[in-house]
Write a protein that binds this ligand. Structure first.
Ligand code: PEP
Ligand code: MN
Length: 248
C-alpha cells in the first residue's frame, strides 16, 4: 500500500439497493485488500418523495454479505440520521457516519458514544455545507464528550454550496487542510463535493496530493441506474483503475 496505517478509503454506492448491486463493489474491495464499503440504509433526501433508503429492510442484505465476508474482511460504513437509526446500524457498522445535514444535530452527536465499542473503527463526521471549520471541530468535541475516543473521529470534507461552481458545490480543500491542523484525520468526499462523475477522480487525486488522509467515493455497477446521486456515481472499472494507480 502507498498509504500509511492512518488512511481511510471508503467506496460504495450512494444507497444500498440490493445484494446484486452491492456484491460487485464488495468483490472489488476484497480484490485489492481494501475494506470499507458504503452500505447506507438510511438516506437523508431533500425531496420527501425520493428514495429514502431501504431502512431496516436493508439489514437483510448486510446479513447476506456477512455470509461471504467476515467483519475483518469487509467493514460497513452506515449513516445514522437519528438516535433510532444509530441503534439499528451500530451492530453492523464499523464506521458510523454523521452526515452533513446532521453535523450540528447535537443530541445525535451526544448519543453516538453510547453505541461505540471496539467493533467500531471510526465515526465519520461530515462538514455541513455551510458550516465553518470551527463549528466542525466543535461538533467533533460533542462526539468526544459523548464518549467517542478522539482517535476514532474522522472528519470528512464534502464540499460547500457555491454560487459560482457550475455544479453548485465546491470541495473546500483549504477547510480540509485547516481542519487537519487539529490533529483529526481528515478525508474528502469528491462525489458529493463535485456532484459530477467527471470531476470525482481528479478531485480525489488532488486530495491525496495535498496529504489528506483518505477518501469516500460513490460508485455503482451501473452508475446511470443509481437510485440516488446517479450523476456523481462512477463505475466499478473507474474505481479499480484509481485504486491500482493511486492506493495499492
Ligand atoms: C452521504 O455520504 O451519503 C451523504 C448523504 O452525504 P452528505 O451528508 O455529505 O450530503
Ligand atoms: Mn450520495
Amino acid at each position: 500500500m502507498k498509504d500509511n496505517q492512518q488512511s481511510l478509503y471508503i467506496f460504495g454506492p450512494c444507497a444500498l439497493e440490493s445484494l446484486e448491486q452491492i456484491s460487485p463493489v464488495a468483490a472489488l474491495l476484497k480484490r485489492h485488500g481494501l475494506k470499507y464499503l458504503r452500505t447506507q440504509l438510511f438516506k437523508p433526501r431533500t425531496n420527501p418523495d425520493s428514495f429514502q433508503g431501504l431502512g431496516d429492510a436493508g439489514v437483510k442484505i448486510l446479513e447476506e454479505l456477512r455470509k461471504s465476508y467476515s467483519r475483518d474482511e469487509l467493514k460497513f460504513v452506515c449513516e445514522a440520521c437519528s438516535t433510532d437509526q444509530l441503534a439499528t446500524i451500530a451492530p453492523w457498522a464499523s464506521v458510523i457516519q454523521i452526515g452533513a445535514r446532521n453535523m450540528q444535530n447535537f443530541e445525535l452527536l451526544k448519543a453516538v458514544g453510547k453505541h461505540i465499542s471496539d467493533d467500531h473503527d471510526y465515526v465519520l463526521l461530515k462538514r455541513g455545507f455551510a458550516n465553518t471549520v470551527d463549528e466542525w471541530l466543535e461538533a467533533a468535541r460533542y462526539l468526544i464528550q459523548g464518549g467517542v475516543p478522539k482517535d476514532k473521529v474522522v472528519l470528512c470534507e464534502r464540499g460547500t454550496r457555491s454560487l459560482t461552481s457550475p455544479t453548485g458545490v465546491q470541495l473546500d480543500f483549504i477547510a480540509a487542510m485547516e481542519a487537519k491542523k487539529s490533529g483529526f484525520m481528515v478525508i474528502t468526499d469528491p462525489s458529493h463535493g463535485s456532484k459530477s462523475s467527471e470531476f470525482v477522480i481528479p478531485l480525489a487525486k488532488a486530495g491525496l496530493q495535498l496529504g489528506l488522509d483518505g477518501l469516500m467515493i460513490e460508485c455503482h455497477p451501473r452508475p446511470s441506474e443509481s437510485v440516488s446521486d446517479a450523476k456523481q456515481a462512477i463505475s466499478i472499472e473507474a474505481v479499480e483503475e484509481f485504486i491500482k494507480n493511486h492506493i495499492v
